[in-house]
Design a protein. Structure first.
Length: 394
């Protein structure tokens, strides 16, 4: 069996909304449907009935995501009912996992045209209650937030594995001796690059605002922030720690989607592809050090592609925390930091969990198309200790 080339024809995303912000009134299935519909509308030569499957990442699924948000998006977007949809969950890597699974299906001939993406509404994530052990309990029941992090944790898991995500970032800061000032400077740079990219119109070709919502750009960018303002923020996870709300990614709402095709599907679109998928890799690490998950995944993905750090034109690394990102960079001495997140990262843009991986893949594809040629990389750390990476070329 021959392996087919897989191309990214287009990629779109919503502006990323802040927690309780402009997109808080929009259901996650509607966000997903919006990017799917927008993607299809931008390729009018493609008959939507030719889409073999829709893959969507979603880290929650407990609320209006309605278990299989991919299928809900297909129906709400008005695609033919013959188009199926599957939802995948690799937590923060879910959107990139969807892209990888769609690409794999095309590569082996199971599909010719696929849509892959991700969605998350952290604002609308529900509270949940466990079923009582017996009927008609008289006492109170504990309620759990599904917005972020551990819930209903299995007591058999070692306590050092189940620390808060921010404490995991503190552990990485300890490991690599990354101080507060270094983290704050990294965060400020993320905001600066994102603000400059928006001012230059670099996101105009991929961002599709949600109709009826007055949000035209990412809502969490703070171009007016200063070192002094960040320095005044108190550590969140340790009294004497260094991780603050200012040097961590926020809670967000948003969606992203990509159109993937083989050679036959590419002809059906009548378009020139943005990029070609070259390789991917996934790895595991100690859960409490989840932030370093991309380190080995990136090395493996590049090795599979026959490429090295010196070949990279651009590298979109998800900024879950400044300490986490800086920890990864410290373990890649051959990487030029200048190619990392050139248009800002998640600390400024936002991190809607299930959507982030698809946003990164789309960003790399658009940047390679703008450059005209090159090699790009998208990678994320994943809660509970995993890393995921994707290599693209043009």
């Amino acid at each position: 069996m021959s392996i087919r080339d897989v191309y990214i024809v287009d990629a779109v995303r919503t502006p990323i909304g802040k927690f309780g912000g402009a997109l808080a009134g929009v259901r996650p299935d509607d966000l997903a449907a919006h990017v799917v519909r927008s993607l299809v509308d931008r390729t009018p030569e493609l008959d939507p009935a030719r889409i073999d499957d829709v893959y969507f990442g979603d880290a929650n699924g407990a609320g209006e995501d309605n278990r299989d948000v991919a299928r809900m998006a297909v129906l709400l977007a008005g695609l033919p009912v013959s188009v199926p949809g599957v939802t995948v969950n690799r937590l923060c890597g879910s959107g990139l996992e969807a892209v990888i699974q769609a690409a794999r299906a095309i590569a082996v001939g199971d599909a010719s045209v696929a849509v892959a993406g991700g969605v998350e509404s952290m604002s609308r994530a529900p509270w949940v209650v466990q079923k009582p052990e017996r009927a008609f309990p008289a006492g109170h029941q504990q309620m759990y937030s599904t917005t972020l992090g551990w819930r209903m944790t299995n007591p058999e898991l070692p306590a050092e594995w189940t620390v808060a995500l921010g404490e995991g970032a503190e552990l990485i800061a300890d490991k690599h001796r990354i101080g507060r000032e270094q983290q704050d400077a990294f965060a400020l740079d993320s905001h600066r690059k994102a603000a400059e990219a928006w001012a230059k119109g670099l996101y105009d070709g991929e961002v599709v605002p949600y109709e009826g919502v007055a949000l035209l750009r990412d809502e969490c960018i703070r171009e007016s922030s200063t070192p002094q303002a960040l320095a005044r923020l108190k550590p969140v996870f340790r009294k004497d720690g260094s991780v603050t709300a200012g040097n961590a990614s926020p809670l967000n709402d948003g969606a992203a989607a990509l159109l993937l095709v083989d050679e036959e599907g590419l002809r059906a679109t009548g378009r020139e592809p943005l990029a070609r998928i070259r390789s991917s890799a996934v790895t595991g690490i100690e859960p409490q050090l989840f932030g370093l998950g991309p380190v080995e995944a990136v090395r493996r993905a590049l090795a599979k592609a026959g490429r090295g750090f010196g070949d990279l034109t651009t590298f979109e690394l998800n900024e879950a925390f400044a300490a986490q990102s800086l920890g990864c960079l410290a373990e890649w001495p051959g990487l030029d930091p200048a190619v990392v997140n050139p248009r800002g990262g998640a600390i400024a843009i936002g991190h809607p969990l299930g959507a982030s991986g698809a946003r990164l893949a789309g960003a790399v594809a658009h940047q390679l198309a703008a450059a005209g040629s090159g090699t790009g990389l998208a990678a994320l750390c994943i809660g509970v200790g995993q890393g995921l990476a994707l290599v693209l070329e043009r």
